[in-house]
Write a protein of this length. Structure first.
Length: 306
């Protein structure tokens, strides 16, 4: 198999100048080159790409379809180069800066929204949020495809790890449900033997803690459903007569509206929320802003006044 020659970025720069100027003569003047020399360099790029990049229209040049695609890529290449120089010089990047966040698939959407609120709607920030399993998200973090991972679990630490976990806060866990028809108080955990309950899946840490509590009390709970997605658990809590084991932040809107009420705050169980980053020589400056003066304190302020 014959290897393709590497793209000559000088040729790409010349092409970008011609496309921006709209003609060979103007681009040659700006670059302090002769038109013939510039034409030769353009021809070499077209030969390598295998497509003409311009059509002649009168005395000017018009981009072909391939030329338009090449120009889009050239814009990205040179913009990335400018951002690289700014980053390595410790200067703020011009224009919009990208912030790439990974979030555990089962993580509360209310939590994510509250934490990321300081970055939402900013003209200078392009926010990207990806969901996935923790191992996959951490792999993307280590390969620099993500800047930060939000999780309810901290990764295991060893001498070789470059990951750093920030405990954002802890959320109490409650049994919530639709307003009761009876005024009789809920007796925990005895009433769980008869009252149906919606639970997170068994591999969830708050579910494991709940199972230990009811087992120690000799109670076999009446499990109506096991759900590993917090968004789905929230929907089921609203539409079912069963109680739901959930951190109140997940159903904050429903609690505020009175659609759901807290029947019992479960003693001894909390859910922790972590921000995980990788130690880097050139970290994304938005992360320090988010963890320092933005998301963490904002989250604590809005999430726990219940």
């Amino acid at each position: 198999m014959i290897a393709m020659a590497a793209l000559n970025f000088r040729h790409l720069r010349y092409f970008h100048a011609i496309a921006s100027a709209g003609s060979l003569s103007r681009a040659a003047t700006l670059l302090n080159l002769s038109q013939s020399a510039l034409s030769v360099q353009l021809g070499k790029l077209e030969a390598q790409l295998g497509h003409p990049l311009f059509d002649r229209v009168g005395r000017g040049l018009q981009l072909t379809e391939a030329g338009r695609i090449a120009l889009d890529y050239a814009d990205s290449v040179f913009k990335t180069g400018d951002e690289l120089l700014s980053t390595l010089r410790g200067q703020p990047a011009a224009g919009r800066q990208m912030l790439r966040i990974g979030a555990l698939t089962t993580l509360s959407r209310n939590f994510q929204l509250a934490f990321l609120q300081p970055m939402i709607g900013r003209d200078d920030v392009e926010l990207i949020v990806r969901s996935g399993g923790l191992n996959d998200l951490l792999a993307q973090l280590e390969s620099h495809d993500l800047d930060l991972v939000l999780s309810t679990r901290a990764p295991q630490r060893d001498g070789a790890t470059t990951l750093c976990s920030h405990l954002l806060d802890e959320q109490p866990v409650s049994l919530v449900g639709r307003p009761a028809d009876s005024s009789a108080p809920f007796a925990f955990p005895a009433d769980l033997a008869t009252m149906p309950v919606l639970l997170p899946s068994p591999d969830n840490e708050i579910r494991a803690a709940f199972d230990r509590i009811v087992a120690a009390a000799g109670i076999t709970p009446n499990i109506a459903a096991e759900i590993d997605d917090m968004a789905m658990l929230r929907l089921m809590a609203r539409s079912s007569r069963a109680l739901t084991l959930v951190p109140p932040i997940v159903v904050r809107d429903e609690l505020d509206a009175g659609t759901l009420v807290e029947r019992c705050r479960v003693p001894g169980i909390t859910e922790r929320f972590y921000a995980i980053e990788q130690r880097r020589r050139f970290p994304n400056p938005l992360i320090a802003e988010l963890l320092g003066s933005g998301g963490g304190s904002y989250y604590a302020r809005v999430a726990f006044d219940l």
